[in-house]
Design a protein. Sequence first.
Length: 133
Amino acid sequence: MGEHHYIAAPAHGEPLPEGRVGARVRVPLSGMPSPEWSRLMAGHLTASLVNHGPVGHLNLRQCVQGADIVLEGVEDDEAARLGAALREAVDAANRACDRVDGPAPPRNMDQARADRVAADLRLRDMRPEGLSR
């Protein structure tokens, strides 16, 4: 079974500093998601909100913080639509993680070739003298 999270409690609103638009909304999750689950959820949420004018002030960068989804710039008129999109994005991330649990996808090259590509960068340890590893 893949990684699954759910909205664990009602959202909590916080006012933003003067001059900013909307509120910061924190949505507690059932646990701290992995970076992959967070990326999937944010991607689904972003895609579902494309071309929705009222979400113009919404900041979705780093929207998963610890065990919370944090949305900044949520305006009154968009809250109901955003809630539905958020529930769908959480469900979509859970479904996507189920599909990821199968066998590893085929790689585009073997490890030796990837190591040669990295070696071709001709980088070396440039740590200043006196600093230990």
